[in-house]
Write a protein that binds this ligand. Structure first.
Ligand code: PGA
Length: 260
């Protein structure tokens, strides 16, 4: 993490905050984090589609990057219910989150679909944030490493080493996410981040060594400082514990203090 020179902290607000709540959250978060140098911190928020435009107006992109929670992989067409990359660009979106566990396991997305989205996001100049992670059952069967490698190889198929320089990856074990999730132990997370790093280096050489790897899944004020110093954990992707600006700011500060 130290070699990258930056630590990544972000949150996806899922289907929770409306426009007013998003604007309020972002305005507070921006004020609270105003003194933190962006040379070492990359802060991002991924709100609902409907809040993106107002969100963009209330915080500058260099202070808080904004992402979309999903994206269609064609520019336009007969795709009812999908959002085009051009529409996301129009509202100043920088990051596209792809393959969150809820997209894969509740909405039925496949590795092939995630791959179309990753390549489309790269074509349009977004930062794709590809989320991967094994289910509890796969973990119990000892398949975690195979699953992670498959999700990476399938999800990143056709991506060049030059394009890989714009990728971010989040490791979010399915069993660790959400209200009934159990956070991964720091040792387990570090081990899986090592597996992911090795696979990325296998795929992209030196560029793979520089891809930011974020851990997500029940990150909270207690475990964040244990996770962030670990090798190959370049940042944290947080749900519930980040949805109050004050709490998110405290987590960020406690982690940054450790890295100084
Ligand atoms: P959680 O969510 O931190 O609330 O477990 C993580 C996520 O879904 O990215």
């Amino acid at each position: 993490m130290k070699e990258l020179g930056k630590v990544y902290f972000g949150t996806n607000t899922k289907m929770y905050k409306n426009i007013a709540q998003t604007v309020d959250f972002l305005t507070r978060l921006d004020t609270l984090t105003t003194d933190l140098s962006r040379e070492t911190l990359e802060l991002f928020v991924i709100p609902s589609f409907t809040a993106l435009e107002s969100a963009r107006r209330c915080v500058p992109p260099e202070r808080i990057a904004l992402g979309a929670q999903n994206m269609g992989w064609e520019d336009e067409g007969q795709f009812t219910g999908e959002i085009s990359p051009l529409m996301l660009k129009e509202v100043g979106t920088q990051i596209v989150e792809i393959g969150h566990s809820e997209r894969r396991h509740v909405l039925g997305e496949t590795d092939w679909m995630e791959n179309q989205k990753v390549r489309c996001a790269l074509r349009h100049g977004f930062t794709p944030l590809l989320c991967i992670g094994e289910t509890g059952e796969q973990k119990a069967l000892g398949l975690s490493d195979e699953v992670l490698r498959t999700q990476l190889k399938a999800g990143l198929h056709g991506v060049t080493a030059a394009e890989a320089a714009r990728l971010w990856i989040a490791y979010e074990p399915v069993w660790a996410i959400g209200v009934s999730g159990v956070p991964a132990s720091p040792a387990y997370a570090a081990e899986k981040h090592r597996v992911i790093r090795e696979c990325l280096v296998e795929l992209f050489g030196a560029a793979g060594a520089r891809i930011p790897l974020l851990y997500g899944g029940s990150v909270n004020p207690e475990n964040a400082p244990e996770l962030i110093p670990l090798p190959n954990i370049d940042g944290l992707f947080i749900g519930r514990s980040a949805w109050e600006a004050e709490k998110f700011d405290r987590i960020i500060r406690s982690c940054l203090a450790l890295l100084e």
